[in-house]
Structure formats: C-alpha cells, structure tokens
Design a binder for this molecule. Structure first.
Ligand code: NAD
Length: 486
C-alpha cells in the first residue's frame, strides 16, 4: 500500500445536491481533487455552473415560504435532528476532513462535534426572534417591528475548515427561516456534501439546503443571481472584492468573514513555559487559519529566550501522514500554496528577517505531498511584506517591542483586524490592551476555540458583520416595521 493513503472506503458521492436530487452531469465541468498528503487524485468533482446555480436558487425559492412559516418548534426539532446526525457521523466527517485538505486526524476530529454544536445552539433561536412595540404619536396607532428572514441566502465557504464555516453560517441562516444555496470550494467538497446529505436524512425539506460545489465561475453565477436575497462569504479579501462588484446590479447585501494577520502580544511577566502553547498559529491547520496568531510580538527583555524556545519546539514538531494519530502537523492545501509560501519566506529573508528554523519543503517519503517545514522568522520588521500579508502556511513572524504603547501600535498597524491575543499576568494591563486592539475578537492568556454563543468577525479588511450568538442570527434577519392605525 502506498504511504500516506487517505482514509479509504468513505469517499462519498460528489454530485451536487439540489432539492432532493443528486446532479453529477454539471455545466461547470469537473475539478480534479488531489489528496494533500500525497498529491494523488481522489476524484473528479462535478462543479456547479450557471445552470445548476439557477436550479438550486429555484429549489431554494420554492422551499423558502414553507420553511419560514413552519412552526418554530418544528424547525428547531429538524435542526436538532440534523445536529444529531452530524454527531452520529463525527468519525466519518473526520475522515472526510482529512481527505478534503490533509488536516491531521488530531485536529480534524473536533470538526464534527463543533459543527453539530453550532446547529444545536442556533436551533434554540427559532422561537426566540423577538420584535418591538414602538411609541406612536400623534394618531392612535400600533407600531411594531418584527425580524424576518431575508429569503434565499447564498453561502460560500473556504477550504480551511469548511464544515465549521458552514455551521457558523448555515445554522443561523436556517434557524432564522431562510433557505440556503451553499457552495463548498473545489478544493474541499467532501465533508460539506456529506452535511447536505444529512440535512435531507434529518427530514429538513428538500430545497431548504442545497449544496453545490464550485469554483470562481459557479461562485460568481451564485452571488450575481437575481434570486439571491443575501450573500454570506467566508474567504479571502480579493475574492470578497470581486463579490462586492458582482452584487452591484441587484444591490444584494453581503456579509463577509475574511482574512487576518493576528498578533499575539507577550509581556515580560509571562513565564517561558507557555511558549509551546503560543505556537498554535503555525500548527493549527498548518497555519492555514484566519484567526491563527501569525505575528508573535514579544517584549524586549524576554525576546531572545522566547525565540530560542520557539525554535527548538517547532523543529521537533511531528509532521507526516495526516491519517496517523501521532501526526501533529500536516501538509498545506496544494502545490500552489507551497510555491506561494516558499516565495514569501524568500522575500522575508531578503527584507532582513532571521530564519531560525524551517524554510523548506519536505522531501523523502513526504515529497509527493504538500509539506512545508514549520518556519520561524525572527527580527521581522512590522512594515515588511511577511508581517503585513497572510502567508496561510506554517510560518511565524516574531517581532520585538519595548513598552505597552509600542506593542498596541504594532499590533494595530495592519490592514486586517480579525483577532488579537494578549499574554500577561497583569490584570489591568490585560483589559487595557484588549480594549485598544482594533479587532473583532481578543483572547487573553489562552485560546479555547470560538464559542457558538459569542460574536465573531473582523474589523477593517477582515470582514463585515458578525457571526455567532444573537449577532449571528441578526446577520440573517432584517426588521420589518408595521404601523396600524387604531
Ligand atoms: P478564496 O477567497 O480563494 O475562496 C473562498 C471561496 O470563494 C471558495 O469557495 C471559492 O471557490 C469561492 N470563489 C472564488 N472566486 C469566486 C468568485 N469570483 N465569486 C464567488 N465565489 C468565488 O479563499 P480560500 O483560499 O478558499 O480561503 C482562505 C481565505 O479565507 C483566507 O484569507 C482566510 O483567512 C479566509 N478565512 C476567513 C475566515 C473567517 O471566518 N474570517 C474563516 C476561514 C477562512
């Protein structure tokens, strides 16, 4: 058996899900999906083109009034049944996440349970969407405002963590009474297609959730379709800008969850024993995460010690077969990503950064996969290209600061504003810094995922709007005001 074989026997049908029909003969052609562990073809995945987009939007439109008018407890029951099936199939979803992008088993195995929890949490909102009664004058009248679903929502998710991204968006959209056309990316279609299949098995009416994998052509046809009432996009800034241009003719509202260049600010009252836990920015998804802390900003007097420990720790990270439970870090998504990451490391070198470990592509038995060594660049200048742009690979930049004001200025000197991390034992300073970071989410002294009940989203070029909690539901509803003369 060749080395680094993806978990076999579980490759699902990759045809599109439109209503309750599977469509394999699609107008967008096919995409050859390659396994990141060894570069081998897993299957030719049918891609949605304008024809399938049109069919999926029609199916979603037909299903929408019934879904929104369904008694909320019944909608809740169906969403909870969906969550139960996601939980039932958590192991299969782990295998599919490994196949999708080569995510190591130890990281992939959280995905199913997190996605199930997102559906369960949002199911609880179906009968909690409240309006307001407003004061009226001078005429006697009743004025009330009620939240209503948009209608049909187009949801586009990226390849890094597509199930969780789908859970963060599809769950509140459905709970609020919208129907959805969901487009997973060509690079990672497997797990999300399985979610679409489970929705039907749970009894969610056909057309409420349509799943149509596709690339730029399908994505563009979807967001520019006249039958779409709202777009939610998770992905990169350049694609977001193309989408914003594409929605102009219909002025379709857009929610955006985009990239980041998040800073971890480490003050000198912190013990060096925490250094390994600061490195999840490189390890998690091989650095391919929007909220990964990729700029480690360390105070002067502990700087060299932190660089040395970080270097030692990263050089010893077990890399290899994503399917092996002992693998801590896996490959990046494809060959193009390898080329981009190596190019950025070279550029950082030419801009004066000090490479302390890594910097290359792995060979030997990993040569056919897309494995980049965990890489640390010290003495990075915050104005350099590597400090200002998403690498989306296992590369950590370490920067030095002198005092609190300097640290905050450096952390905020970025076009992104998604996440920020602060490490200090000084309580007042922790809150002071958290208050001044220009980001949507701050983690102080640790990271434990994104709670389903918390708001999540970015400032500046990191996004528009918030997912999570009541804010996530509000993202998928709009108020209607009704004035009644008495
Ligand atoms: P991407 O922008 O290349 O693609 C995202 C999705 O958009 C894919 O499904 C793709 O097929 C689709 N697409 C491409 N062109 C399109 C077009 N013209 N019209 C409509 N859709 C189109 O991003 P990616 O490489 O898949 O994902 C990585 C990016 O996503 C990173 O920047 C990362 O930070 C960001 N991200 C953000 C969050 C968040 O919650 N803020 C979460 C995950 C990823």
């Amino acid at each position: 058996m060749p080395l680094l074989t993806p978990p076999v026997g579980n490759l699902p049908d990759t045809s599109l899900i439109i209503g309750d029909t599977r469509v394999s003969d699609s107008s967008g052609g096919t995409h050859p999906h390659l396994y990141a562990g060894n570069g081998a073809l897993t299957s030719e995945v049918p891609m949605a083109g304008p024809v399938e987009v049109d069919r999926a939007v029609s199916a979603a439109r037909a299903a929408q009034p019934g879904w929104e008018r369904m008694p909320p407890p019944q909608r809740r029951k169906l969403l909870n049944a969906f969550a139960d099936l996601i939980e039932r199939d958590a192991d299969l979803l782990t295998d599919l996440a490994i196949i999708d992008t080569g995510t190591p088993r130890v990281q992939a195995q959280r995905g199913g349970m997190v996605t199930a929890e997102l559906f369960r949490y949002n199911a609880g909102w179906t009968d909690r969407l409240e309006g307001s009664v407003l004061p009226t004058w001078p005429a006697a009248a009743l004025d009330y405002a009620v939240p209503r679903a948009y209608g049909v929502v187009a949801i586009i998710v990226p390849w890094n963590g597509p199930s969780i991204s789908a859970g963060m968006t599809v769950a509140p959209a459905l709970a609020a009474g919208n129907t959805v056309v969901l487009k997973p990316p060509e690079l990672a279609p497997y797990a999300v297609l399985h979610l679409g299949k489970l929705a039907l098995e749970a009894g969610i009416p056909p057309g409420v959730l349509n799943v149509i994998p596709g690339g730029p052509e399908g994505g563009n046809a979807l967001v520019s379709h006249a039958g779409i009432d709202k777009v939610h996009f998770t992905g990169s800034g350049p694609t977001a800008q193309r989408i914003l241009a594409a929605v102009i003719p219909h002025m379709t509202p857009v929610g955006l969850e985009l990239g980041g260049k998040s800073a971890s600010v480490v003050f000198d009252d912190i013990d060096t024993s925490i250094v390994p836990s600061l490195l999840h920015g490189i390890i998690t998804l091989s650095g391919q995460g929007c909220i990964n802390p990729t700029r480690l900003i360390v105070q002067d007097n502990i700087y060299e010690e932190f660089v040395a420990i970080a270097t030692q720790t990263m050089a010893a990270i077990p890399m290899g077969d994503p399917n092996d439970v002992n693998t801590v870090m896996g490959p990046v998504v494809n060959d193009a990503a390898c080329q981009r990451i190596l190019g950025m490391i070279d550029r950082a070198d030419s801009e004066g950064a000090r490479l302390t470990t890594g910097g290359g592509r792995l060979g030997g038995e990993l040569a056919d996969g897309y494995f980049i060594e965990p890489t640390i660049l010290a003495d990075v200048d915050n104005s350099s290209y590597i400090a200002q742009n998403e690498v989306f690979g296992p590369v950590l930049s370490i920067l030095r600061f002198s005092d609190e004001a300097d640290a905050i200025a450096m952390a905020n000197d970025s076009e992104f504003g998604l996440a920020g991390y602060v490490y200090t034992n000084n309580l007042k300073r922790a809150h002071r810094v958290a208050d001044q970071l220009d980001v949507g989410n701050v983690w102080v002294n640790g990271f434990a995922g994104i709670p389903a009940s918390a708001p999540f989203g970015g400032n500046k070029m990191s996004g528009v709007g918030r997912l999570g909690g009541k804010w996530g539901i509000e993202e998928f509803t709009r108020m209607r005001n009704v004035w009644v003369g008495l």
